[in-house]
Design a protein around this ligand. Sequence first.
Ligand code: PGA
Length: 262
Amino acid sequence: MSRKYHIIGNWKMNKTASDAVNMAEDLVAGLEPQKDVVIGICPPFTALSALSKLLEENSHFNIELGAQNMHYEPKGPFTGEVSLPMLKEFYVTYVILGHSERRHIFGESDEFINKKVLAALEGNLKPILCVGETEDEREAGKTMEVVRGQIEAGLEGVELDQMDRVLVAYEPVWAIGTGKNATPAEAQEVHAMIRKLIEKKYDNAVASKLIILYGGSMKAENAEGLLLQPDVDGGLIGGASLDSPSFRKLIKLARKLSAVEV
Ligand code: PGA
């Protein structure tokens, strides 16, 4: 497979800046310098500054920094929001957009998320566009329709030459933080549909390079079957990224599987 596995931790609203540094120090202490797998950490905003320094000093581990959200405006009267220029000062590479917690708890719409995707691309960040159906939608047979709609709306206006910076995360809402992951076959079915959709909207080259992550209760114990699916290119990991041994296990597994696949 020419696509590298991406193992990206989404720490959500966990860890102070000092907790984040302790965890990152512990994480790298047990890793070998490597380039086989793209590793990412998306801590809370308040830990970005400290982590950007630490990751720069440890650049041989190739761990990229991500943010969990941003506003589409560069500055202005948006109390509580953070903008792209603020993130870029901390060498942020990725920004998670449209996470289901943003959609369902904070009421973010497809249109709002799309504005952020466009702003992230304009400013040279890599958006990780999150999509996924609720349990009711899956039971009603609407999974494909919902995910297709979120992808189409989220990527509205994104040009072909910007697509090499877009990542997609398929995160079924019923699997997030529940301990109940999608089966490899369930994930593959949706990932394959997403890749086909991108091929139709753009072209085959874009689709075959697109990184599509799975997210939702992924951990080392259930990741192998998921990662071995042809259209699953890694994971967006919540709970299992919060302590270094379990996050490291996932990174090591992805390294082992990429060695097998080369
Ligand atoms: P989880 O979260 O791994 O804890 O289910 C994944 C996510 O929400 O990105």
